[in-house]
Design a protein around this ligand. Structure first.
Ligand code: ADP
Ligand code: MG
Length: 234
C-alpha cells in the first residue's frame, strides 16, 4: 500500500496579486521503502512539493493522503502532532539548535513526546553511533563539520521512527565526499530499517544513488522513472 498519495496537487502562490503556479496537478504515489529523488531545475517546485507532502504548507487545490488519511482533514494541532510523530525532515541548512549538543538536538523531539529518559538516552546513543558520531555526543553544532552536522540532522529525523523522511537538498552545502557519506548513511537506513526517503537534489551523483527519479518541470511531473542505483561506496 502507498504511504503517500497526492491527487491533483496544485499550489499557486499569491493567487490574487501576481499568481505563481508552483505546482500543477501533481499525481504521485510513494510506496513504503522507496529511496526516491525529486529533481528538476531551480524553481521547478521541489521545495513546494516537499513542504506539501510534509504538511508544512497547504495546497491551493488537490490533496495529500498519508496512510489513507487526508492531511486536509486534520485540524492545526492534529497536523502538528502528526508531523511530530510520523514525518522526519532534513533541510539544506541543517537547522540544528546551536546551544544544544548533538545528543540534545537528536533528543529534542523525543523529549517533546515525553518519552522516558532512559529510552531517550539509549535511542540517541544508538542513532548517533549509527551515523558515525558515537564519540561526538556532547559536541555543539559549531564544533562539527557541515557533513557531521547534517548527519546529526539525519539522526534527529530518524529519532521518532517516522513513517518517512523528507529531505530538501540535504547535500547542497556539503563537499562531494561528505555528500556521498551522507547518502551512504541514508541508504543504509533505507536498506536496514526500510525507512522511506524522498530527497530533492540537483547533484547528478546524488541522483545516481536513487532507485526512483521524479523530475519536475514548471511545477508538473515531467518524468518518473525507476533506475538501477549506483552501488554505495565501500
Ligand atoms: P525549487 O525548490 O524546485 O527551486 P520552489 O518550490 O522553491 O522550487 O519554487 C517553485 C516556484 O514557486 C518558483 O517560481 C518560486 O519562485 C515560487 N515560490 C516559491 N516560494 C514562494 C513564495 N513563498 N511566494 C511566492 N512564490 C514562491
Ligand atoms: Mg528548493
Amino acid at each position: 500500500m502507498a504511504i503517500i498519495t497526492t491527487r491533483g496537487l496544485t499550489r499557486i502562490y499569491n493567487p490574487k496579486t501576481v499568481p505563481v503556479y508552483a505546482l500543477r496537478n501533481v499525481e504521485l504515489s510513494i510506496e513504503e521503502g522507496e529511496f526516491t529523488s525529486l529533481v528538476g531545475p531551480s524553481g521547478s517546485g521541489k521545495t513546494t512539493l516537499l513542504n506539501l507532502l510534509g504538511g508544512l504548507d497547504t495546497p491551493t487545490s488537490g490533496e495529500v493522503v498519508v496512510d489513507g488519511v487526508s492531511l486536509a482533514q486534520m485540524g492545526d494541532s492534529e497536523l502538528i502532532d502528526f508531523r511530530l510523530q510520523h514525518i522526519g525532515f532534513i533541510f539544506q541548512a541543517y537547522n540544528l539548535i546551536p546551544v544544544f549538543t548533538a545528543a540534545e538536538n537528536v533528543a529534542f523531539i523525543l523529549l517533546l513526546q515525553k518519552r522516558p529518559c532512559q529510552e531517550i538516552d539509549q535511542r540517541v546513543q544508538e542513532l548517533l553511533t549509527e551515523v558515525g558520531l558515537g564519540d561526538r555526543l556532547n559536541a555543539r553544532p559549531k564544533e562539527l563539520s557541515g557533513g557531521q552536522q547534517q548527519r546529526v540532522a539525519v539522526a534527529r529525523a530518524l529519532a521518532s521512527r517516522p513513517r518517512f523522511i523528507l529531505a530538501d537538498e540535504p547535500t547542497a552545502n556539503l563537499d562531494s565526499q561528505s555528500a556521498m557519506k551522507l547518502l551512504d548513511i541514508m541508504e543504509k537506513m533505507n536498506r536496514e530499517h526500510r525507512m522511506t526517503f524522498i530527497f530533492s537534489t540537483h547533484d547528478q551523483r546524488v541522483i545516481n544513488r536513487a532507485r526512483r527519479v521524479i523530475r519536475l518541470v514548471d511545477g508538473a511531473v515531467e518524468s518518473d522513472q525507476i533506475q538501477q542505483p549506483e552501488p554505495h561506496l565501500a
